[in-house]
Design a protein. Structure first.
Length: 237
């Protein structure tokens, strides 16, 4: 059995440029979040277009790599045709769960987490300036907290730079929880906050709603989107 939860809100912004999809079809689950790049024209168009292209490709039998390429070049083509959309771009984190196997693809700074017991594993790597500087040892974790360009991303669908695609795989166990979230959520919630809340909240819907309440209480500064999936498999088939 699979339980799901989804929520997206414009938060403090005039427009919600986040978009998501969470769909179960046959024995597979498709989940994706996209965050239109702030400050660029057509961010909301780009995030919706990317996920709609992904979903269409998945239904047609394409793999995630083919779907992302179609979305990326589709966004570039649309921007070329429509001057008002010039420069539009979006992050994307998407995955397919087939049975207990997760296969995913990631571009940008949205995230995928797996919660198991009291632990949390981040499946994605942030494609941001601050993450790059951290990995290169040029700043410390303490300096990264107050780094002035924390929101600068280095990779997204629709940019003219070479697209970097991170592929990831994970084997799900019964009881695991999967979260897909945009930076409007994780910028307000530390990983220990999420781990702690998950450990004391067995119901997925209540758990996700508590996380969102914390985001609001701490001060919403962006669009925020959260998808949750909980996997429960029969241990004695």
């Amino acid at each position: 059995m699979i339980q799901t939860f989804s929520f997206s809100d414009k938060g403090s912004r005039v427009e919600n440029q986040d978009f998501y999809c969470l769909e179960i079809f046959g024995d597979r689950l498709f989940a994706a979040v996209a965050d239109g790049v702030g400050g660029n024209n057509g961010g909301g168009f780009a995030s919706r277009f990317a996920i709609e292209m992904m979903l269409d490709g998945i239904h047609k039998g394409s793999d995630l790599n083919e779907c992302v390429d179609s979305a990326h070049y589709g966004i570039l083509a649309k921007a070329g045709e429509m001057p008002e959309l010039k420069g539009m771009a979006t992050t994307l984190t998407a995955l397919v769960c087939n049975g207990t196997a997760i296969t995913g693809i990631h571009c940008g700074d949205s995230r995928a987490y797996v919660l198991r017991g009291n632990g949390l594993k981040q499946l994605t790597t942030d494609h941001t300036e601050v993450a790059r500087l951290l990995s290169e040892g040029r700043i410390t974790k303490e300096e990264a907290v107050d780094y002035p360009r924390k929101n600068v991303i280095t990779n997204a669908l629709g940019t003219s730079k070479k697209l970097i695609k991170q592929f990831f795989e994970f084997d799900i166990l019964s009881g695991d929880r999967l979260l897909l979230l945009t930076d409007g959520v994780y910028s307000q919630l530390l990983k220990p906050d999420i781990q702690r809340q998950s450990a004391i909240t067995p119901d997925l819907n209540i758990f996700c709603k508590k996380l969102l309440a914390e985001v609001v209480d701490r001060g919403v500064t962006d669009n925020f989107t959260l998808l949750g999936v909980q996997f429960e498999y029969d241990r004695n088939p």
